[in-house]
Design a protein around this ligand. Structure first.
Ligand code: PLP
Length: 435
């Protein structure tokens, strides 16, 4: 007799596999495929020597080695918290005290993903509302689905989230009596995943002003996901949204060492208002009572020696070259393809590619055509949430130049052009992938 069925929690039942899993699997099992799909970092520039040097230093000193191999604290290594605060305030050109911050306002997490999850646990009951820009980081949307939160979106333009549209949406919610359900406004404000777009200076200030203005019944938090901030290779230096929150009340700033250093260290951090931090730490205590201590010690050493900063500087050149290569390949392959346009990121690793009139989704013609040509992208619809009528844009692609090698970037765009030409000519008629 088969066992009786499991009685899973509501949260587990709301949690599904990420739609991108199929694409990652496809990339891994198809030899010769150029993948612009997975948002992975450049392999060749991972800081093997720098991490080895830091590990040798730590482990050659028995006392330091023992400390690093012991449990750490839930809050995170004090020295690393201080270094993180100096790093972020340095980027903002302020002193921690200007923003009412001390290292106690910093929390070290298991990647910034853990912070996104824990903040969700702290803030959302099923039915609560998160407002995000459209499109947005689709893994965050999946996480919100687990928490039962509803995602409402506002559009983006070349200056990032449209804050007038945000203001109008909040006003509508106020008038319909739904404002109390709004808990968080989420933005990936530097070189966004998936569009590569950046929030302008003027909109950074407005965002804080808007969150404050609508925080009547309770505080609406801004979740500033600055995951790609340190990978800036062109454009102006923009202060964080956090820097416009001098009393440390409205903005949760999160970032990560995954992009400017190594995702294998899986270490992220957040700077938060004290009444958000305290419940996060309680939950984190139940999750893991502290992120990997050895990774924190390695990062702290690399920051102290300057190896981290030098490495991040090197990466900016690596990714600038890759971006330039992708843009010039797009320019030469799609010059005579009027349906195609794309963004020009100032950092990070994503170009957002729009193809008027072509269904780029998993059940449309471009995915199988691209696979046949030997290239893979992430369908843009994964970053959107359907509107009230179930509609969302279906003619966009996320192209990641992070992990592809330089020759692969040129070749991959050539293949993408081949696939687009095949679709435009009405070929191929292969089965949709049906994810
Ligand atoms: C926008 C954004 N936020 C957060 C993360 C989480 O990264 P990690 O948990 O490695 O810090 C990612 C990873 O790709 C991301 O793209």
């Amino acid at each position: 007799m088969p066992p009786a069925p499991l009685s899973r929690s509501g949260k587990s039942r709301r949690t599904t596999d990420s739609p991108i899993t199929y694409f990652i699997k496809k990339a891994l099992e198809t030899p010769g495929l150029v993948s612009f799909a997975a948002g992975l970092v450049d392999e060749g520039s991972l800081p093997v020597d720098e991490v080895r040097a830091a590990a040798t230093e730590i482990l050659s000193d028995p006392r330091a080695g023992q400390t690093a191999l012991q449990y750490g604290s839930t809050h995170g290594m004090p020295e690393l918290r201080r270094q993180v605060l100096d790093l972020v305030c340095g980027l903002d050109g302020v002193n921690p005290s200007d923003l009412n911050l001390t290292p106690n306002d910093v929390c070290i997490t298991t990647g910034s993903q853990q912070l996104l999850y824990l903040l969700g646990e702290v803030m959302f009951d099923p039915g609560d509302i998160v407002i995000s820009e459209a499109p947005s980081y689709f893994v965050y949307h999946s996480l919100l689905q687990s928490h039962g939160a509803e995602v409402l979106t506002v559009p983006m333009d070349e200056h990032g989230m449209d804050v007038d549209a945000l203001d109008a949406l909040l006003d509508r919610l106020r008038r319909s009596g739904d404002l109390p359900r709004v808990k968080v406004i989420y933005t990936v404000d530097y070189f966004q995943n998936p569009t590569g777009l950046t929030l302008s200076l003027e909109r950074r200030k407005r965002l804080v002003e808007i969150a404050k203005r609508y925080s009547t019944a309770h505080r609406i938090l801004i979740l500033e996901d600055a995951a790609y901030r340190e990978l800036k290779f062109s454009g102006p230096d923009l202060p964080s949204i956090k820097s416009f929150d001098p009393a440390n009340e409205f903005v949760v700033y999160t970032s990560t060492f995954s992009k400017p250093c190594a995702p294998g260290l899986k270490t992220g951090y957040a700077i938060l208002p004290p009444d958000v931090l305290a419940p996060i730490l309680h939950l984190k205590g139940s999750h893991d009572f502290g992120s990997t201590n050895l990774s924190q010690h390695l990062l702290s050493r690399m920051m102290a020696s300057g190896a981290y900063q030098a490495h991040a500087e090197k990466l900016r050149t690596v990714y600038r070259n890759k971006r330039d290569l992708m843009l010039s390949a797009l320019e030469s392959e799609f010059r005579d393809f009027p349906a195609a346009r794309w963004t020009v990121p100032d950092g990070g690793f994503y170009v957002w590619f729009t193809l008027d009139g072509v269904d780029t989704g998993p059940n449309g013609p471009l995915v199988p055509a691209a696979l046949e040509a030997g290239v893979l992208y992430v369908p843009g619809e994964f970053g959107h949430v359907p509107d009230a009528n179930g509609h969302m844009p279906k003619n966009e692609c996320r192209l990641c130049y992070g992990v592809a090698t330089e020759p692969e970037i040129t070749e991959g765009i050539r293949r993408l052009r081949k696939a687009c030409a095949a679709v435009a000519a009405g070929k191929p008629k292969k089965e949709p992938v049906g994810v």
